[in-house]
Design a binder for this molecule. Sequence first.
Ligand SMILES: [Zn+2]
Length: 196
Amino acid sequence: MYDSAASQVQQVSDLLDIHDQWDIVKLSSMFNSAVISHILSIRPPDESDMHDKLIWGLNAKNAFDIKFAYAFLNGGTWDSESRCWKVIWTLQVPQRLRLFLWISYKDKLMTNVEHCRRSLCQQSLCHCCHATPETLTHSLRDCKYVKGIWSRLLLPQHFDSFFCCDFRSWLVINVVNAELHPALGIPWHLLFASTL
Ligand SMILES: [Zn+2]
């Protein structure tokens, strides 16, 4: 819409002529041809019409709903039946840990690599070791300082396999492992989630 003409239009009815039809001259002074042809395809407002009101057209009640909005923004990829969804959200740990696991699984943590990708910083290296870009896998598993923490909890026979798969597989494998830790007597998935 062009600014000078737009300032004279307060409501849609200002774009109608004396016969309550779209005023082509006014429209032409404000919009390009593509917009005008779109407007002309819409029935002009009529005095007998109901008053405008806000509605949310994505559910049957026309009322805004966080669940529908989330599903819409996710492009229909939401799947509450997926295995990892159930595994993480039914884990018997505080909600903040479940949330952290889920955010990690969805690769939504703001690592330095992610900061750089969004031009929020210049340096993508890990704050701890200053040797490797701080990816999700590096910050939660592979950094030498983090490995030091994991190595105190892992049994020697599990050490090699623990550090060898991709991040998502690694997270799920450990979150479903309810084996008791032989020394601590705590199920591994609870220990894992808390340590993570
Ligand atoms: Zn590091």
